[in-house]
Design a protein around this ligand. Structure first.
Ligand code: PMP
Length: 427
């Protein structure tokens, strides 16, 4: 469809949706054509309390009167309070925040902090990762392919992601025993110039195909980092603040990262992210010249939204709710899997769930055409989901990340639509 959007907007993500949006509210998006679409993407996994939660709207309205923006070196009470609240929610010694806007930005800053604090520059990521598409974070993002984006940062390494459904080192058949991590680090050690600064990981590789790191993986990764005097950076852009059934996903592995990044959910739809580390790492980084002044660092308006988000998550018990609704969604999807041989795998944590469509359950050949067809048919019938890129070439994994406020009735609607879409596409 070539329309005004293609004339005036850079096509930043390929195609635009086949409609223009009138309004978004709760778990629903209303198009200008009058269609109501159930949004199983929470916007870009940011409107996790539902679109336009009244308490976020109220907080933003208050900040419009108190001041939207300040010079970078000035902070107001909301900014300070948000940093204080994040420190209270995170384990010691994670207590110092920088408040930014996007996930990519929080990860760029995490990389800068790690490089400055260690005085080293090499960065290890995971294949199938997504940490942003800015110049630095692109080099740690392996799920989209890198064509057209070179050169990457010098010293960029990828360790195979622990994908037990499609073991990258052809070793495990069901549960992952982390051979991929060991093999990956063996190769890193052989090719490093001796300047390993940090490893950056997502607790659930989302864009890479909804691959939860197996239990114990983060602890093993932290050990690898400690052996090499590297820092462990955990990117909680999608997993943080409740979605996976704990406030932070890393808590489930009993590990304390050196640097944590949160974004997306933190602003509930308003651009807000934070990079959080210890006083010791901050000091080392500053001693080595760390500097990060941006126009919207420590801005009051997003901070006000962030405080409202944290309040709502607590007051509405959304962490527990994500676990409960996640297991309801998972059960319903496993029910569908019994009826469609084309559903090869259903996996995820909490309300971050993926479904892989395959041509054949034994060969696990990705059903790429079916993936595109089913998502398009779902959208036609009123359900929005994303296809995630997997290894950069797959188009068979459907991602479901509804708001944490989703109801069982809304999940039932989504399952009915998905069922009809599968039926229609396979007819
Ligand atoms: N990290 C993760 C895990 C993400 O999923 C994303 C966005 N999809 C980012 C970082 C980048 O965030 P942003 O798009 O806000 O820059």
């Amino acid at each position: 469809m070539r329309d005004e959007r293609e004339r005036f907007l850079i096509r930043y993500a390929g195609d635009f949706a086949p409609f223009v949006v009138e309004k978004a509210e709760g778990a629903w998006v209303l198009t200008k054509g009058g269609q109501r679409i159930l949004d199983f993407t929470s916007g870009q996994i940011s409107s996790t309390l539902g679109h336009n939660h009244p308490r976020i709207v109220e907080a933003v309205e208050r900040s419009l009167h108190d001041g939207i923006h300040l010079n970078s070196w000035m902070v107001n009470d909301d900014v300070l309070e948000l940093a204080r609240r994040l420190a209270a929610l995170l384990p010691d010694p994670l207590e110092k925040s920088i408040l930014l806007n996007t996930g990519s930005e929080t990860n760029e800053v995490a990389l800068k902090l790690a490089k400055a604090a260690t005085g080293k520059f090499e960065i290890v990521g995971l294949t199938r990762s997504f940490h942003g598409l800015l110049a630095g974070t692109t080099s740690v993002t392996y799920s989209m392919g890198h064509k057209g984006n070179g050169p990457l940062m010098p010293g960029s390494f990828a360790v195979p992601a622990p994908n037990s459904y499609r073991c990258p080192v052809r070793h495990c058949v069901s549960a992952c025993d982390m051979t991929c991590l060991n093999v990956g680090f063996d190769l890193v050690d052989q090719t490093s110039v001796g300047s390993l600064a940090a490893m950056m990981v997502e607790p659930v590789l989302s864009t890479g195909g909804i691959i939860p790191l197996p239990p114990g993986y983060l602890a093993a990764a932290k050990e690898k980092c400690e052996e090499r005097d590297m820092l462990l950076i955990v990117d909680e852009a999608q997993t943080g603040l409740g979605r996976v059934g704990s406030l932070f996903a890393f808590e489930q592995d009993d590990v304390v990262p050196d640097i944590v990044t949160v974004s997306k959910t933190l602003g509930g739809g308003v651009p807000l992210g934070a990079t959080i580390t210890s006083a010791e790492i901050e000091q080392k980084a500053i001693d080595n010249g760390f500097l990060h002044i941006t126009t919207h660092v420590s801005d009051p308006m997003p901070a006000a939204a962030g405080l409202a988000v944290l309040d709502v998550i607590e007051d509405e018990g959304l962490v527990r709710r994500a676990a409960e609704m996640g297991s309801y969604l998972m059960d319903r999807l496993l029910g569908l899997q019994e009826r469609y041989v084309q559903i090869g795998d259903v996996r995820g944590r909490g309300l971050l769930v993926g479904l892989e469509l395959v041509v054949d359950r034994d060969t696990k050949e990705p059903a790429n055409d079916l993936g595109g067809a089913v998502t398009a048919e779902c959208l036609r019938l009123g359900l929005s989901m994303n296809i995630v890129k997997g290894d950069g070439s797959q188009r068979n994994c459907l991602r479901m990340a509804p708001p944490l406020t989703i109801t069982t009735e809304e999940i039932d609607i989504a399952i009915d639509i998905l069922d009809s879409a599968l039926k229609n596409c396979l007819a």
